[in-house]
Design a protein around this ligand. Sequence first.
Ligand code: CTP
Length: 397
Amino acid sequence: MLAGKRLLLIIGGGIAAYKALDLIRQARRAGATVTPVLTRAAEEFVTPLSASALAAEKVYRDLFDLTDEAEMGHIELSRSADLVVVAPATADLMGKMAGGLANDLASTLLMATDTPVLIAPAMNVRMWEHPATQRNLATLRGDGVKVVGPDAGEMACGEFGPGRLSAPEAILAAIEAHFADGPLTGRHVLVTSGPTHEPIDPVRYIANRSSGQQGKDIAAALRDLGARVSFVTGPADVAPPEGVEVHRVETAAEMLRAVEAALPADAAVFAAAVADWRVTDAASSKIKKDGSGALPTLSFAENPDILATVSKGAQRPKLVVGFAAETDDVIAHATAKRARKGCDWILANDVSPATGIMGGTENAVTLISEEGAENWPRMGKDAVAARLAARIAEALA
Ligand code: CTP
């Protein structure tokens, strides 16, 4: 239920805007207060009076309204809610949000707000499928914006496909899901993921076979339990999960900087396969064959150990979890690694090629903690992630 929750409902200009009126009714019935904001275009489809009457609240329409500014400035308005809902989110509104434009009240509120945002897109199917809209959608998801719909079906314009505004019941369910508490609600967890790339010259680098799948699954599982997740990822094969704060890096040194900038955190999981060495004096232009058959010589320096640095640092999270990728004597090496790095738990896994774990979809791990070693059966990386997230929630409770 939504008792006591304050929603700022931005109604975009589309044929589906009338459904936003029903959403107001249903959200109020669920206990929420709804403050409507209408874009200019929305007023072509619904009247401010009907929105105001159904919400039993003042409706905001104009960025430069002197009375509104005197009563409640637009910055304050943007922050007065527990959730900003955009329904229908038109292609134009999504474009403005993704591009950071603020040239009317709705877009200014969306730029100024520090509360979470949920959008319910609605537009013609061609517009929805247009690469620009899909790009904007990806950007918004990366920014942590939640998305409900659109549905597929016959559209007002006569075409068929995805683009229809979700039913008010479905939007309401997404709003309720947003407020549902998980065991990690209010917690901040940091996750590193993927490989790092250490440059040799502008076109060549040293890397490893990590796909980033396990780190991605862990971040998603923590998010699903309600955590705010800072996701620091190297150049992984898999895309980051939705609804987490993504920090993209290339090298181990950049990863350490991004991790330190994201602290403090309640817990941190170091799933990245960080390159142990970097090439000293990486060439600034491409290394060429000189025709003599002479081979280039690379010299290496050791990279900072991010897990150890954080485990022993002043901003150490309460729970620090590392991985140990080993090919032999897995438990013995991982136990020694836990002590050496100063973390609380190590998830040890056997990455010998025969296991197919590195780059695969399954993982077989042993959790090593102060209490000893606990074998987990071989399971999907998503199941390992869910189990780990649940254990983290228990440990932080
Ligand atoms: N790790 C890290 N920074 C590094 C190297 C590793 O944060 N420069 C983290 C990994 O994210 C992982 C753990 O340390 O959680 C262990 O990684 P692993 O590659 O198994 O260990 P190494 O320290 O590289 O040890 P070795 O190569 O001797 O096995």
